[in-house]
Design a protein around this ligand. Structure first.
Ligand code: SF4
Ligand code: SF4
Length: 403
């Protein structure tokens, strides 16, 4: 049957839809939903308000029409198909983080292979399944080039509801799901959206370390630790303290969600984590070459911004752990690294750790540092040191946990 001759035969498309739903698990898809391809008018207004309030991250597609109108992705679209694949939330036998060998943590959204690649494979299998049955169907897969807001598509297609933590929450899999979608000219009958089930709960909003959830489902992106860990520049003192030992992303508002309790999905082979990679030792990260970084992290979503943000965040974590054993590595970064953000962050970490060796490194750097922002950070770190030594006479009692 082709799309043109079958148009109007609602039963035919309803039957194909059910065939696709039945085939989905065999295609590696955990949940699938169908929705109309009408423009997302309400969402556009919401995104406009989000922009006006300065709450965007800057990583989004800037054209709001492209983000909300499926017809700008595919001419005369009839339906959207949303898919979800579930990912793990727990590490098996996680390595220990301990004094002298502290570790950072990479968000669950980057465990295993880059989810874009995994979703692309699943969507390609789904597309082939449909094309075998409808050879003239027009289909546009939305991973990589996709401008549509996948959470809005998933909500409309009945995959889950939009939680106060801004994640799509599925009753079956919780919010530990990656979302992808297809736009097609096949007029599938739509599924029914799921009722919002957060109720009076505000656990995620209360648990957010930076107050980035400024209201139910409203994220002030530049305050979100997940966003901050992916930036490449200097980070404010306040946010560095709140980053803890996160190297990439932040899962707090999902970890605390009661719907996610006990949910850990281990059936998608590409998404299973290597504990040593996702909870790595911090100090070795500082001297990692580009090649080592590519070989270790190149297949993971966390590598998309390159090595620098992860190294900067590792320095922040060492500062937050107040790891005295890291002073030689931090001194090396402060005095010799070519990247100002790394030098400035190392200065901050040394100020947090304290001690005579850290103070000497800061004094040495101060004599030669020419970059104004790094020089400012060195000054701040020295003031922090002076403040701390005035209030904490016994060195070593300040060592603490990052998160
Ligand atoms: Fe807050 Fe972290 Fe959730 Fe961002 S990801 S909203 S920082 S809890
Ligand atoms: Fe909704 Fe509570 Fe989960 Fe937040 S923690 S998303 S309010 S159920």
């Amino acid at each position: 049957m082709d799309v043109t001759t079958a148009s109007g035969t609602r039963e035919h498309w309803a039957k194909l839809k059910e065939d696709i739903r039945a085939a989905a698990p065999g295609l590696g898809i955990d949940k699938i939903g169908f929705a109309s391809a009408e423009p997302f008018a309400e969402l556009k207004q919401m995104l406009l308000r989000h922009r006006e309030r300065g709450h965007e991250s800057g990583f989004e597609e800037p054209d709001l029409d492209k983000r909300t109108d499926p017809s700008l992705s595919l001419e005369r679209p009839q339906s959207l198909i949303s898919i979800a694949i579930a990912y793990p939330s727990k590490l098996q036998n996680p390595p220990k983080s301990e004094p002298g060998a502290y570790r950072g943590i990479i968000s669950r959204s980057s465990w295993g292979d880059d989810y874009h690649a995994v979703l692309r494979k699943r969507l390609a299998s789904l597309e082939s399944f449909i094309r075998e049955r409808v050879p003239d169907a027009r289909i546009e897969s939305m991973v990589d080039t996709g401008a549509l807001v996948d959470r809005a598509v998933a909500e409309r297609a009945g995959i889950g509801w939009s939680g106060k933590n801004c994640a799509v929450i599925t009753p079956e899999w919780g919010s530990w799901v990656y979302l992808g979608e297809l736009v097609t000219n096949i007029p599938f009958p739509p599924d029914t959206p799921i009722q919002e089930q957060c109720g009076d709960c505000t656990i995620c909003i209360d648990a957010c370390p930076t107050g980035a959830l400024v209201g139910p489902g409203q994220l002030h992106s530049s305050r979100c630790v997940s966003f901050v860990t992916q930036t490449k520049g200097f980070v404010s003192d306040e946010l560095m303290r709140k980053i803890g030992n996160r190297l990439y992303g932040c899962d707090t508002c999902q970890v605390v969600c009661p719907v996610n309790k006990g949910k850990n999905w281990t059936h998608q082979p590409e998404l299973q984590p290597d504990p040593e990679k996702v909870k790595p030792l911090l100090k070795p990260l500082l001297s990692m070459s580009n090649r080592e970084f590519r070989e270790t992290y190149g297949h993971m979503a966390a590598s998309w911004r390159g090595k620098k943000p992860i190294q900067r965040n590792a320095i922040i974590a060492l500062g937050n752990f107040r790891d005295e054993s890291a002073v030689p590595e931090l001194k090396e970064a402060l005095l010799r690294d070519e990247r100002p953000e790394i030098r400035g962050t190392a200065a901050w970490a040394l100020g947090r750790i304290g001690g005579s060796e850290a103070a000497a490194a800061l004094a040495e750097a101060k004599r030669t540092e020419a970059h104004p922002e790094v020089a400012e950070r060195i000054g701040d770190a020295e003031r922090e040191l002076a403040k701390e030594s005035a209030s904490t006479p016994i060195q070593g009692s300040r060592r603490g946990n990052a998160t």
